[in-house]
Design a protein around this ligand. Structure first.
Ligand SMILES: [Zn+2]
Length: 152
């Protein structure tokens, strides 16, 4: 079960897929999304925005403040960064377009290893490890956080 919310970025070239964890917030909390191409056109607001690898997610501070108690935060300490890092509003997967990218890569592996169960399984396993490392190397927040949770 994964209820996702697809939000095109300001320039319309990309679409971020968002997920609202722990069933507290919904799309009313999202003011806008900026891809690396259009994020340079806006001024970074440290309170309402969270930056992730060139992408910006802009949240509605009034909504965050209203829901702060349900997120174990106080209205004056809540920030988009905290909300994102606690998964109340986050990407589906490791990056805004991870979900789409993942399906495409998976389909490619299936095509390449069709009819060979063992190599299909091996390829999927290798791919899962490699892509996690790739997101980590690229510096995506969720991949870095996951690594930190392992103590690595
Ligand atoms: Zn854009």
């Amino acid at each position: 079960m994964c209820q996702s919310y697809r939000k095109p970025c300001a320039c319309g070239q990309h679409t971020a897929e968002l997920f609202f964890g722990k069933m507290v917030l919904d799309e009313a909390a999202v003011r806008g999304v900026y891809c690396p191409e259009c994020s340079s056109t806006v001024d970074l607001d440290a309170r309402s925005m969270v930056e992730d690898n060139g992408w910006l997610l802009d949240l509605d501070v009034e909504v965050l403040e209203a829901f702060a108690p349900r997120m174990d935060m106080t209205p004056d300490s809540v920030t988009a960064e905290k909300v994102f890092d606690e998964d109340y509003v986050t990407w589906v997967g490791f990056s805004p377009e991870d979900n789409v990218q993942r399906s495409r890569e998976r389909a490619e592996i299936e095509k390449r290893t069709a009819g060979d169960v063992k190599s299909h399984f091996e390829a999927l396993k290798r791919w899962a490890l490699e892509r996690e490392k790739r997101f980590y190397d690229e510096g995506w927040r969720k991949a870095l956080r996951k690594k930190a949770a392992y103590g690595g």
